[in-house]
Ligand binder design. Structure first.
Ligand code: ATP
Ligand code: MG
Length: 445
């Protein structure tokens, strides 16, 4: 039986009885693989998102907000029909008018669609865009892998120059440095070649793998026909064993692709960013050309990819835009947050600057007025709604991390004064009511 059962609610029931009855009959729950981000952790999320935005803006990127749903075709054409995402992970629905629409499984396809549809290419040669938002993939949920998850991504359109690849990796690394997680991650780099060298490499790979076909996992036997490069990043032990001695893309790059990769490597070295060349990075998505990279970690078990990206020179044209080279990346927020919690375990709770406590008769109104005045000056304050003992109120002030508690007492108020308690040192002093304003100025600095 589903969680939703018909309720026969008598209109005679009081609201409380109705509530009890509703709770007894149905227990609400979220959809598997989707989770809430609660106030306890939201400060950390804000900090990470703000750091990304601030750094990306320094590199000339602007935020773009794209819809959460697109026509299914956009994803199928750009991500590639023989990828895990399109084959089995998309949330696709038939809309009321019969069209097939899909909750976005990643951001690049939608950004490219927006770039083309809004003719951003006509407005300037280079477009630098970043996005943040929720993505949807029907995967098996586990720690660091959800069905609804957040990504931060950036895309740079309009140049084939390897400086763009370098800049995008440097920007990503700078952000990861800013939030202090670089000791837990490594950068892996490779090249997937281009239309000159990849087809012949693919042939070489298939030639090597074909005689070993029966030893590959079922999935890879199929991949051999539709997407042989993906065999290189299969997680199955037997496939890993077989592909160990397979020809490497890096040994089969044409001169131009080699030069491009050398340039990216040189610039990373110039900025002392360590990288590991890993020819097994093939990326699940079909649209990559030349540079591909991943940020990996050993801290999150099987979920070892924190961010991934690369160059995709053919995608804009593939989706109907003018030929436009591009390079970008996307970062998995949940995995990044897990890493950040390891480095900075505390200090991201939501707190307040001051607490307004009130005791005795006719003090609440004044306390409420103070709270309003403080907030108007940009100072965060909290106070109780109901009458509580001073001890309880100060406990709460402490819990909220308030620097000061302003105590509005009946007797002091009658003398035109309030008590100010420094929550750190527990020292208290009386001040005139009109000095409270100065205190708020002090707190705002
Ligand atoms: P994985 O190999 O872990 O499935 P992916 O190659 O499918 O990753 P991308 O499509 O490159 O992932 O997405 C970029 C980043 O988004 C990943 O590196 C990861 O951090 C994050 N990510 C991808 N899928 C999920 C998910 N289901 N839940 C949480 N984060 C995810
Ligand atoms: Mg995946």
């Amino acid at each position: 039986m589903g969680i939703f059962q018909p309720l026969e609610l008598s209109t005679n029931l009081s609201p409380f009885n109705r509530c009890d009855r509703i709770q007894a009959v149905m227990k609400v729950r979220s959809i598997r693989g989707f989770k809430d981000i609660l106030p306890d952790s939201i400060k950390r999320w804000h900090y990470i998102e703000d750091s990304a935005g601030n750094i990306f803006e320094l590199y000339g990127f602007s935020e773009i907000r794209i819809p959460v749903v697109e026509f299914t075709d956009i994803f199928a054409r750009s991500i590639g029909t023989s990828t895990d995402i399109v084959e089995k992970e998309m949330y696709s629905f038939t809309d009321r008018d019969g069209s097939s629409i899909t909750l976005r499984p990643e951001g690049t396809a939608g950004v490219v669609r927006a770039y083309i549809e809004n003719s951003l290419y006509a407005k300037s040669t280079i477009s630098k865009l970043y996005y943040m938002g929720m993505m949807f993939r029907h995967e098996r949920p586990q720690k660091g892998r959800y069905r609804g998850f957040y990504q931060i991504g950036a895309e740079l359109f309009g140049t084939k120059d390897p400086y763009a690849d370098s800049e995008i990796i440097l920007m990503l690394w700078r952000f990861l440095e800013k939030i202090e997680v670089t000791s837990l991650i490594r950068l892996e780099l490779s090249s997937l070649g281009d239309e000159n060298c990849r087809p012949s490499y693919k042939q070489k790979l298939v030639k090597y793998l074909r005689p070993l076909k029966n030893e590959l996992c079922e999935n890879c036997q199929r991949r051999l026909e539709v997407n042989p490069l993906r065999i290189l990043d299969c997680k199955e032990k037997k496939c890993k064993e077989i592909s160990k001695d397979a020809p490497s893309m890096l040994d089969n790059l044409c001169d131009n692709c080699n030069k491009h990769l050398d340039h990216v490597k040189d610039s990373l070295e110039n900025f002392s960013i360590k990288y590991i060349l890993n020819p097994r990075i093939v990326r699940g998505l079909d649209y990559y050309t030349r540079t591909v990279f991943e940020i990996k970690t050993d801290e999150l078990g099987a979920q070892n990819a924190v961010a991934a990206g690369g160059r995709y020179d053919g995608l804009v044209e593939e989706l109907g835009g003018p030929p436009t080279p591009a390079v970008g990346f996307s970062i998995g927020m949940e995995r990044l947050v897990l890493l950040h919690e390891k480095i900075v375990p505390v200090g991201f709770q939501k707190g307040v600057d001051a607490f307004i406590a009130f005791i005795g008769k006719d003090t609440k109104k004044t306390a409420f007025q103070f709270a309003y005045d403080f907030r108007k000056q940009g100072i965060s304050v909290e106070m109780e709604y109901e009458n509580k003992s001073l001890k309880t109120q100060l406990k709460k002030a402490d819990k909220l991390g308030a620097k000061y508690a302003i105590i509005v007492g009946e007797e002091e108020l009658a003398r035109g004064k309030v008590k100010v308690r420094n929550m750190g040192s527990s020292s208290e002093e009386e001040i005139n009511i009109d000095k409270v304003k100065q205190l708020s100025i002090k707190l705002s600095n």
